[in-house]
Ligand binder design. Structure first.
Ligand code: SF4
Ligand code: FES
Length: 669
C-alpha cells in the first residue's frame, strides 16, 4: 500500500493503482472516455487530466501510477480549464445531432459536456465527415460521431480476439474501420455498443425505438446456455426493446453474446392466445375452465400411465412441483429430452466448479467441446490465461477457432487412450501441471462409449502427481440453461421414450428445440403446456403459457450457482403461469396443502458455488468399449442453437449473414 494525498486528504491505495483508481477508491469520479477497467490503458482522450505535485502540466490520471506521498488535485481551476478545452476539441468534429441520436440520454460526451464543457464553440469552419460502415445486422454505425477513444478496437483485439476493428489513416483523417468493408463476425461483437461512449456504435434492432428514461428495467438471467449470464431487460410499454449485461464478476463479468442480447424477439413470434383443443381434425379455442377439466382427467384418470417431458428452460420451483406431482401419482415418469449417461447422484460429477478457477489453470484439455460457442464466458477466461502465456491448451476432437492458439491432439477417443496410457507427447505437460483442467460436454456424455471415455479421464487424473491439493480436474460443461438444476433435483431420462411407441399419454411442458419435437415417438394423446412451437406435435390439448423470460424464477448454472430472475408480464392473451397451474392441480388433489415456493429453502445454501462441499466419490461406471467415432460437435449453428434463439427473427438473419460471408461460422458448419 502507498499513501497518496487527494485534495488534501490522505488515502492508502494499492501500489499498482493508477491515480484514477486511487480517486475512484474514495468515490471521487474523474471524467473519462477511453479508460475501461477490463481493457489496456490507451490514454488518448485526455479527459481524465488532474494536477499532481511537482508537475508543471496536468497529467492523464488513467495512465499515471501512484507513488508514495503523491499529491493529487482534481478540482483546481487548471483542471477545470483543461477539461473544458478537451471537450471543445472533441466537439470540433462531433455532430450536434443529439435529438436524433440513439445514445441521447445515456451518452458520456453529452453528460460531460453539460457538466464540464463550455456553452460556446470557437470553431466556425466545416466539420469533418466520415462515411458510415455496414458491419452487419446488429451494429449501427454513425462514424462522424466517433471520438477515437479506441475502446472498440481494444475490445476486439484484447477480449474477443477477432481484431475486427482498427484505426486507419492519420491525423484528422483517422477513422475506425474494419479495414476491408465486411461484417464483424464475432459472437461477442455487440458489446462494443455498450463500450462506445458516444453514439458512433449503436444497436440496429433498437434504432429509434425508445429513450432511456422511457424504459423500465428488470434483472434476469440468460437462458441460452449453461453459463446463466446476468442481464437487465428493458421494457417500453410492456414490450422488451433492449437487453443489456449486468456486471457479475463470477459469471459473465460484463460481456454477453450477441445471441443473448438480441434473441428476445422470439417472445413476440407466433404465440397462441387461447387454450386449444383438438376436435376431429382441427384445433378449436376453449376456455381455461374446460382446459383445466381436461388436464385433471389427463393426470388423475384411473390406471393410466403418464409421461411428463420437461424442458431445460423450466425454473427450479416448477421442476420441484412436477417432481411432487409425479411422486404423488406414482404411475408417472418425468424426464428430460437427452440421453445422459453420467451418474448425476453426485454433485461433483455435474458441476463445472467456479469459473474463477480457470484463471489459475496451467494445462487445459478440452474433449469434443467448443468453449467459444458453448460457453463464451469460459472461453474468455481461457483466452485471458493464454494471452498472458500462462497455460497450454489442447483439444481432442474437431479443431475449432477458439480465438486463441490451441493444439489439436486427435479427433477420436483413441487419442485419449494414448494420453491415459502415458504414450502421448501431451502427457509430459500434464504431469508437470499444478492446475490441470479437462473440460468435456454433454455430447460426450451421450456417446455409447462414454463409460470407457470417463474411465480414461479418471486414469489421466490419477497420474497428475504435481496437481494442487483439492483441485478439480474433470469439469462437465452443461450447455443448456437449467440442466444442472435438473440433475440437482434428481430427474433422469427415460430411454424407452425414444423407442417408437404408440398411444403414450405424454405431457410436454416448456419450450423444446424443433429437432427434438420432430423425432418424438408417434403418440396420440399429447398435452402441451408451453409456447407456440409445440403446435408442431400431434397435440390433443395446447395450453398457452408465458415465455421463460417473462415468468422469472431460480435457475442453476453449470457452476451450481442458483441465480434468480425477476418476473415481468408482457404477454397479451389468456396465458397461465406454469407454477400457478401446478399449484392449483396439486392443491385440488390435496397433494399440496399450501401453495408455497418450495425451492426457496435451497436458495441461500446454493447461491454461491464455492460453498458447495464436493464429495470425493467416484461415480458408478457401466461397461462400454471404446469407439473410434470422432467427437461430435454439440451444435452446428451458434445463432440457432437453443429453443429460444431458433424462434428469433434477428437470430435467423444473423445465421444467414454469417453463413454467407467468410467467417468462423462458415468454417465451423
Ligand atoms: S466507435 Fe465509439 S468506441 Fe470506437 S473509437 Fe469511436 S467512440 Fe470509441
Ligand atoms: S481516460 Fe485517461 S486519457 Fe482517456
Amino acid at each position: 500500500m502507498v499513501k497518496v494525498i487527494i485534495n488534501n486528504k490522505e488515502v492508502f491505495v494499492s501500489k499498482d493503482a493508477s491515480v484514477l483508481e486511487a480517486c475512484a477508491s474514495i468515490g471521487l469520479e474523474i471524467p473519462k472516455f477511453c479508460y475501461h477497467q477490463k481493457l489496456n490503458i490507451a490514454g488518448n482522450c485526455r479527459m481524465c487530466l488532474v494536477e499532481i505535485s511537482k508537475s508543471p502540466k496536468p497529467v492523464a490520471s488513467c495512465s499515471y501510477p501512484v507513488i508514495n506521498n503523491l499529491q493529487i488535485y482534481t478540482d483546481t481551476p487548471l483542471v477545470k480549464k483543461a477539461r473544458e478545452n478537451i471537450l471543445e476539441f472533441l466537439l470540433i468534429n462531433h455532430p450536434l445531432d443529439c435529438p436524433i441520436c440513439d445514445q441521447g440520454g445515456e451518452c458520456d460526451l453529452q453528460e460531460q459536456t453539460q457538466t464540464f464543457g463550455s456553452d460556446k464553440s470557437r470553431f466556425l469552419h466545416f466539420k469533418r465527415v466520415v462515411e458510415n460502415k455496414n458491419v452487419g445486422p446488429l451494429i449501427k454505425t454513425v462514424m462522424t460521431r466517433c471520438i477515437h477513444c479506441t475502446k472498440c478496437v481494444r475490445f476486439f483485439s484484447e477480449i474477443s480476439g477477432s481484431k475486427d476493428f482498427g484505426t486507419i489513416q492519420r491525423g484528422k483523417y483517422t477513422e475506425i474501420s474494419t479495414y476491408i468493408l465486411k461484417n464483424v463476425s464475432n459472437e461477442l461483437s455487440a458489446n462494443v455498443i455498450d463500450l462506445c461512449p458516444v453514439g458512433a456504435l449503436t444497436s440496429k434492432p433498437y434504432a429509434f425505438l425508445a429513450r432511456p428514461w422511457e424504459l423500465k428495467a428488470f434483472n434476469t438471467i440468460d437462458l441460452c446456455d449453461g453459463v446463466g449470464s446476468n442481464l437487465k431487460v428493458q421494457l417500453k410499454d410492456c414490450e422488451i426493446v433492449r437487453v443489456l449485461p449486468r456486471l457479475c464478476e463470477g459469471v459473465n463479468e460484463e460481456w454477453i453474446t450477441d445471441k443473448t442480447r438480441f434473441n428476445f424477439d422470439s417472445i413476440k413470434t407466433c404465440k397462441i392466445g387461447h387454450p386449444l383443443l383438438k376436435c376431429s381434425t382441427s384445433l378449436t379455442k376453449i376456455s381455461w375452465k374446460k382446459a383445466f377439466l381436461e388436464i385433471n382427467n389427463f393426470f388423475f384418470e384411473e390406471n393410466k400411465e403418464v409421461h411428463i417431458v420437461l424442458s431445460y428452460l423450466l425454473d427450479l420451483s416448477v421442476l420441484q412441483k412436477f417432481k411432487l406431482l409425479s411422486n404423488c401419482l406414482g404411475k408417472c415418469l418425468t424426464f428430460f429430452p437427452r440421453k445422459f449417461l453420467l451418474n448425476v447422484d453426485i454433485i461433483e460429477n455435474f458441476s463445472f466448479g467456479a469459473f474463477e478457477d480457470l484463471e489459475k489453470a496451467d494445462t487445459i484439455l478440452t474433449i469434443g467441446t467448443n468453449t467459444r460457442f458453448e460457453a463464451p464466458a469460459i472461453n474468455l477466461r481461457l483466452k485471458k490465461r493464454f494471452s498472458k502465456g500462462l497455460c497450454h491448451s489442447a483439444i481432442c476432437g474437431n479443431l475449432f477457432d477458439l480465438s486463441f492458439k490451441i493444439d489439436k491432439k486427435g479427433i477420436s477417443s483413441t487419442t485419449l487412450f494414448d494420453i491415459a496410457e502415458g504414450k502421448h507427447s501431451f502427457c509430459k505437460l500434464l504431469r508437470r501441471s499444478v492446475y490441470p483442467v479437462i473440460i468435456f460436454n454433454a455430447s460426450v456424455c451421450e456417446r455409447s462409449d462414454f463409460f470407457a471415455i470417463y474411465k480414461l479421464m479418471l486414469q489421466i487424473e490419477c497420474f497428475l502427481k504435481n496437481m494442487s491439493v483439492n483441485w478439480r480436474v474433470l469439469r462437465l460443461l452443461s450447455q443448456e440453461a437449467n440442466q444442472t438444476g435438473n440433475f440437482f433435483l434428481g430427474f433422469g431420462l427415460n430411454k424407452n421414450f425414444f423407442k417408437k411407441q404408440q398411444n403414450l399419454n405424454t405431457f410436454f411442458c416448456g419450450m423444446f428445440k424443433k429437432e427434438f419435437l420432430t423425432r418424438h415417438p408417434s403418440t396420440k394423446n399429447i398435452f402441451c403446456f408451453g409456447t407456440y412451437q409445440n403446435t408442431s406435435l400431434e397435440t390433443k390439448l395446447i395450453l398457452p403459457s408465458n415465455h421463460p423470460y417473462e415468468t422469472g424464477g431460480c435457475y442453476m448454472n453449470t457452476t451450481c450457482a442458483i441465480q434468480k430472475s425477476e418476473p415481468f408480464f408482457m404477454s397479451q392473451g389468456f396465458f397461465r403461469n406454469k407454477e400457478n397451474l401446478l399449484n392449483l392441480l396439486l392443491t385440488q388433489q390435496s397433494f399440496l396443502t399450501t401453495p408455497i415456493q418450495m425451492f426457496q429453502t435451497y436458495d441461500e445454501k446454493m447461491r454461491n458455488s464455492s460453498k458447495i462441499t464436493f464429495l470425493r466419490l467416484k461415480c458408478f461406471l457401466g461397461k462400454s468399449l471404446i469407439s473410434k467415432t470422432i467427437f461430435r460437435q454439440f451444435f452446428s449453428d451458434f445463432y440457432l442453437a437453443d429453443a429460444i434463439s431458433e424462434n428469433s427473427f434477428t437470430m435467423a438473419i444473423c445465421s444467414k449473414t454469417y453463413r454467407k460471408t467468410f467467417t468462423n461460422f462458415h468454417n465451423y458448419s
